[in-house]
Write a protein that binds this ligand. Structure first.
Ligand SMILES: [Ca+2]
Length: 383
């Protein structure tokens, strides 16, 4: 690793571990820590939970207020491309600071074209899960996506291109979510603008001007590129305001039980009847989902046969048998399947409330994928 910031990053990582042990689950790293993040403890590999689902929120702050110089207001106004993401092992790299970009990343950072990146498949070339979040049509915005990691592919990388820009993007490089034998609960990483090194333009709307020969990927800051014309050149400030941030939160994890991998716990809100509801819709639309739930319950009560209400004895909730599981949501890679049950009788007079009505389990796996170059043996051994 050529980075001189290595020691700093290590000690900051150590601080993060300490914070986690103290129960403080929010920590802030800079992008350089993500780039340089190396885990000293590789003996324990988060084996207790072989597969983990995380949410990743991409939040952007590219506003005229914080970045007034040449701020793109029209045709196109400041915005962000779709966010490309992968969970992966050590053998894969989406992009790396101080290394030339791959052809796929060059295409993406210069033009937002992802046809080469789209050829990267789940279960191939060290990639476990491929995911993407839709573009943000303003400089300031937020979007959330979910992805899976496992003990063999504990790292996550993402990239989103700045539009308009010559070849500028933000991203994460190989952020390891397994630290000291445990999966991180929550992590916030501030992202710096990056230059892919393949276009010489210095301003957001500069015409296409090939960098020949190509350079390596570098970090843009208030004095680099060191040219007054650069759209991010603010020599009077030491550090650019934060332009983008990634917040990663552990959502669910899975253990192997017999032959089947089942969900052992899903992070939920207080309402137990939505135990297995999709975490993203819950987060973004909590009020409406609860409203809907109330409505459904009311409906259910109205449609049920009226029972005698005369005595005040507690009546426990009664539910039907579980339905069959739905088909797996993915034919290659990890997906979800769920089963449901219905309320046969509501609880009354302080009787036992209804248990969860939806259960979601993990299904699929890379064994279903057809790509020849994937090492299936790895996954068979995971059960
Ligand atoms: Ca450039």
């Amino acid at each position: 690793m050529p980075h001189t910031a290595m020691m700093g990053a290590e000690s900051q990582n150590a601080a993060v571990y300490s914070a986690l042990y103290l129960g403080i689950i929010i920590s802030v790293l800079s992008a350089s820590d993500a780039v340089n993040g190396r885990v000293p403890d590789v003996a324990a590999e988060c084996r207790a939970e072989p597969i983990v689902k995380y949410s990743l929120t991409f939040q952007t702050f590219w506003s005229r207020k914080y970045f007034p110089k040449q701020y793109p207001r029209y045709r196109p106004r400041a915005q962000w491309s779709k966010l490309i993401g992968r969970s992966h092992d050590d053998s894969y790299s989406l992009w790396r600071l101080e290394e030339p970009p791959t052809r796929a990343m060059r295409q993406f950072s210069e033009r937002g074209a992802s046809n080469r990146l789209d050829m990267e498949r789940q279960g191939a070339g060290g990639v476990l899960d491929t995911f993407l979040a839709p573009r943000l049509r303003r400089g300031v915005g937020k979007t959330t996506v979910e992805f899976y990691v496992d003990t063999l592919h504990p790292k996550v990388s993402v990239a989103s291109r700045m539009i308009p820009s010559p070849d500028w993007f933000v991203g994460l490089d190989s952020l390891d979510l397994c630290r000291g034998g445990d999966w991180l609960d929550q992590l916030t990483v501030d992202l710096d603008p990056l230059d892919a090194g393949t276009d010489r333009g210095l301003t957001f709307t500069a015409p296409n001007w090939v960098e020949d020969p190509h350079k390596s990927i570098s970090r843009i800051n208030s004095t680099f590129p060191d040219h007054p014309a650069c759209s991010f050149y603010y020599p009077d400030i030491a550090k650019l305001p934060v332009i983008a941030r990634v917040i990663i939160v552990k959502q669910a994890w899975y253990e192997s039980v017999g032959k089947e991998t089942v969900s052992r716990r899903v992070v939920t809100d207080a309402d137990q009847t939505v135990t297995s509801q999709n975490a993203e819709s819950r987060r973004t639309n909590t009020r409406s989902s609860k409203g809907k739930l109330r409505k459904e319950r009311k409906q259910r009560t109205r449609n049920m046969p009226r029972e005698r209400q005369s005595n005040g004895e507690p009546v426990d909730c009664e539910v039907s048998k579980w339905s069959e599981f739905t088909e797996c949501s993915k034919s290659c890679g990890y997906g979800n399947r769920k089963r449901t049950r219905k309320v046969v009788r509501e609880e009354r007079n302080g009787g036992k409330p209804c248990p969860p009505l939806v259960e979601q389990t993990l299904c699929g796996g890379m064994g279903n994928c057809e790509w020849q170059h994937f090492n299936f043996d790895k996954f068979v051994s995971k059960g």
